[in-house]
Write a protein that binds this ligand. Structure first.
Ligand SMILES: NC(=O)c1ccc[n+]([C@@H]2O[C@H](COP(=O)([O-])OP(=O)(O)OC[C@H]3O[C@@H](n4cnc5c(N)ncnc54)[C@H](O)[C@@H]3O)[C@@H](O)[C@H]2O)c1
Length: 376
């Protein structure tokens, strides 16, 4: 299969993961990087043996077919728009865009130019979440009636050297971490019909904990403690708690409750982890299978083995383009997730529930042999 030439715009924190992991996939070849901070682009180019060039040149380059948008959230729309305008497919980091209007504009532009749009997260393609998918699709817990999802910690200012964007509109735990949780819920349960939420910002400032700005205070301009309820079109009701104001808790990352049992899922921010089935009235049963995107290939900071296949969604999109079929981490899914997330924030502001205006199909499941075919 011929490779798709990939360019990366945005050479910050997460670009290292893409540059390191893209070579795992046979459809991808990263050829160029760009950033408004040219020193950041130069540094990544030197480290990973690709070229650095101005953003406009990367978009024009003849050997670039698809551009990965790794800029900060409030630049996502404009950078993706420029990429499509320049005639290239675009794959954005999450959150895909910040408003439905922005997403609709990208959809229209992509359709006009016959180009594809994709978006992270792609962790729902991970071995653990695909195992949960197969378990639900084969009726292991019956019809899902509800669930809970908790993503709570004490924030991003401890580790990110420039955490400002996390605490401004476009950031916050719902838009920053919600995409992993809601995307996974949508691939498992289908689209959401309505949401309701309450929200607060418990701290007016945050103190940077690492890097050259350590000790500096950054203002908080968006809710950081949000409790939401999602009503799915299927009728399932799921509680989502997303907070950067919590020091410790004992909730599972994700639990789904079905008519004939429950399923415990690992953190959808990662590709792997433990999936446990609890059939009605019986003891918990750990589930496992050998899925390529569940195999540990790295270690986290504490030395725990982890599966990290970030760029899998990008590789799957490149392969889908070559094969002329729909890609899984697509625009309709990403935009529906943005609708869910922004509606949660709107509900928190207005203190009323919000009916969603978008919907999407569940992305196709990714079987182990299909995942294996994406790898080198
Ligand atoms: N850091 C992570 O672990 C992580 C994980 C998953 C997803 N993400 C997502 O990836 C995106 C980037 O995060 P990050 O942590 O790498 O941020 P970052 O601030 O470290 O890097 C962003 C880079 O984009 C550049 N940039 C900003 N606007 C630009 C523009 N208009 N044109 C060109 N370059 C521009 C900045 O100069 C900077 O180098 C965010 O949307 C974030 O939500 C980050």
């Amino acid at each position: 299969m011929s490779k798709i030439g990939v360019g990366i715009i945005g050479c910050g924190n997460i670009s290292t993961a893409y540059l390191r992991l893209a070579p795992l996939f046979k459809s991808l070849e990263v050829r160029s990087v760009a950033d408004i901070d040219t020193a950041a682009a130069d540094a990544q180019a030197a480290k990973f043996g690709v070229r650095a060039e101005p953003v406009a040149d990367l978009i024009k380059a003849g050997d670039i077919d698809m551009v990965v948008n790794l800029t900060v959230p409030n630049a996502h729309f404009e950078v993706s728009r420029q990429v499509l305008d320049g005639g290239k497919h675009v794959y954005s980091e999450k959150p895909f865009v910040l408003t439905l209007e922005e997403g609709a504009a990208l959809r229209e532009l992509a359709a006009q130019k016959n180009l594809r749009v994709g978006s992270a997260p792609d962790t729902f393609l991970g071995g653990a979440h695909q195992l949960a998918r197969v378990s639900i699709d084969t009726g292991k817990i019956g019809k899902v009636i509800g669930g809970t999802a908790h993503v709570m910690s004490h924030g991003m200012e401890a580790w990110h050297p420039n955490p400002d964007f996390f605490f401004q509109p476009g950031g916050g735990p719902v838009l920053d971490l919600g995409p992993y949780y809601v995307t996974n819920l949508v691939q498992l349960l289908g689209p959401v019909r309505a949401v309701t939420a309450m929200s607060a910002a418990s701290f007016a400032t945050r103190t940077i904990g690492s890097g050259p700005r350590k000790g500096e205070e950054v203002p908080v301009g968006t809710p950081t403690n949000i409790h939401a309820i999602l009503e799915f079109a299927s009728g399932a009701l799921v509680t989502l708690a997303a907070s950067w104001d919590v020091w410790a808790h004992r909730h599972g990352n994700m639990e789904l409750y079905g008519e004939t049992g429950s399923l415990y899922l690992p953190d959808p921010n990662f590709f792997g982890g433990d999936v446990t089935l609890v059939p009605a009235g019986r003891d918990p049963v750990p589930l496992s299978w050998d899925h390529p995107f569940g195999r540990a290939n790295t270690e986290d900071n504490s030395g725990t083995p982890r599966a990290n296949y970030r760029a899998a969604g990008l590789a799957e999109m490149a392969t889908a383009i070559a094969e002329g079929r729909a890609h899984r981490a697509g625009l309709d899914l990403a935009l529906h997730v943005v609708d869910v997330l922004t509606s949660i924030l709107k509900s928190g502001e207005t203190r009323g529930w919000v009916e969603l205006s978008t919907t999407c199909d569940r992305p196709a499941a990714l079987a182990p042999d299909e995942a294996a075919a994406l790898l080198r």
